[in-house]
Write a protein that binds this ligand. Sequence first.
Ligand SMILES: Cc1ncc(COP(=O)(O)O)c(C=O)c1O
Length: 396
Amino acid sequence: MDFSQIRNQFDNCVVANYSRFPLCVARGEGSRIWDTDGKEYLDLFPGWGVAGLGHCHPAVAEAIARQSRKLIHVANNYYNEEQGEFGEILSTRSGGRQAFFCNSGAEANEAAIKMVRLARQPRHRIVTMRHSFHGRTMGAIAATGQPEYQKGFTPVVPGFDYAEVNNPASVEAVVNADTCAIMLEPVQGESGVVAASREFLAFLRRLCDELGMLLVFDEVQTAPCRLGEWFGYRYFGVEPDVITTAKAIAGGMPMAVLLAKPEVAAALKPGTHASTFGGHSLGCAAGIAAFKAMEEERVMENVRELGGWLDQRLGSLIGPEYGIKNLRRVGFMIGIELEHPGIALVNDCREHGLLVNCTHTTIIRMLPAFNIKKDDLERGIGILSDRLKRDEWRRG
Ligand SMILES: Cc1ncc(COP(=O)(O)O)c(C=O)c1O
């Protein structure tokens, strides 16, 4: 089938809720993908951060194949070995928190919203941050502090108050006797790599302790490994009560998890919450293999080492010659703020074999695989800087 036929299938049969680039991905390996015409691309935004180990990591692929011949899914009213083992892996790496498994970042955040309300009832209000992103389900868009994500879907779930990242007074202004939790991304990804400061997160921890509220970190992008630690909270040195994560936890399988301190997790009793596919055997087997590979390949060291190098390499491009205003990097979350809108640059880079993302109009975003080699990063930045220097894309 050629590309126009495939596009026809999509036009006729698939809901058009995504804007798609004219590229049909046929296969992937590590930080590379190939389209149906055999053209190769260097992927510095693999699967929007899902492919943390690159595409089709052999150990993950092998684990999926092996597990699929044994057991793919088993209902959650039985035990299974894979969910227990993956739960232990996540629990030991998150300081003894307990896992609730589900299938997407938004679903993990919905579970967190329900858990903190149950754990602190009758208090029910949750403070989240402006410019945050917590997913597209009804609870998650209510938590998301960006009106454009709520437009057309009102009335949104009530009970959310919004504050500003790194602005303690804005939090104090909205916290009241009904507030049960504060929820935020330690680094806002969708907003263009905007990090909370350690001081701000420590302030939130103190405030939550003083007022008996719970602190929730949405680590859908920041964990595992993205900040050079298993979980982002370790990078910041501040302990949340509840963590949600998804994306890279299972080597590309749809899998998400909420991790809560046992005393908070205890609120979710049988009958209060569930997910049919949550913690399915295939995803857990992939997750076990992914964590083993992340450990064996020392990917966190790679993120830390190459992170420092990236600051120098990309930092040297800041200025009018390349049209770069500012660089924001935390671990392998990289935001390059341009002087101009960036979508034409993304298209130009793709034409030249490089995949990157643009968010909030002017921010070029990269979420490279944790195990990417320096040569590949260098090549990617070479293409990017070459394209940045030309000005065709600025006119686009
Ligand atoms: C911080 C954060 N939370 C939640 C989500 C939603 O995850 P999902 O698309 O898996 O529902 C995302 C997705 O990008 C995210 O970046």
